[in-house]
Design a protein around this ligand. Structure first.
Ligand SMILES: [Zn+2]
Ligand SMILES: [Zn+2]
Length: 150
């Protein structure tokens, strides 16, 4: 399947092919600062799974980190970020907007990352990793609930 999404002004369009490699809410200070959000909800994709049409975009490289964001030169919407693994990270807000404001369950976050660095608490049943997904869980989640399938 291919999903077509656009920036707010429609100058740039993106096609997402296949399925994302990861779906998460990231609470890390770097995302918060770089994307200007309290929690960065996004899906991560292999480079070849995200194709962009439209030339009116630019890429900003983080001055200190291995991180960049590609944004529309007209409306400023971030189309995707590129993380240190070279994956393209697409904000859920754009995906939801393309579907009339509702995020398809196929893209819904399956976990919280870097919960240690959070500025807001979240009450849901998703695993809350203090750091990356291969690290420890937030206190109270030491014994993952069986319905999470962990
Ligand atoms: Zn735009
Ligand atoms: Zn982050």
């Amino acid at each position: 399947m291919a999903l077509r999404i656009t920036c707010l002004c429609g100058t740039n369009a993106m096609q997402l092919h296949g399925t994302p490699a990861a779906q998460a809410n990231c609470h890390c200070a770097t995302c918060r600062d770089f994307y200007g959000v309290a929690v960065f909800s996004a899906t991560a994709w292999a480079v070849e799974s995200v194709t962009v049409s439209g030339a009116e975009n630019a890429r900003f490289q983080h001055p200190a980190k291995q991180l960049s964001r590609t944004f529309c030169l007209n409306c400023g919407d971030v189309l995707f970020g590129t993380n240190r693994l070279g994956m393209r990270v697409v904000p859920n807000a754009l995906v939801a907007r393309a579907a009339g404001g509702v995020l398809d369950a196929a893209f819904a976050p399956t976990m919280h990352l870097f919960y240690r660095e959070r500025v807001i608490d979240v009450a849901d049943a998703l695993p809350k990793y203090l750091d990356g997904w291969d690290g420890p869980l937030h206190a109270g989640q030491d014994h993952p609930q069986p319905w999470l399938g962990l």
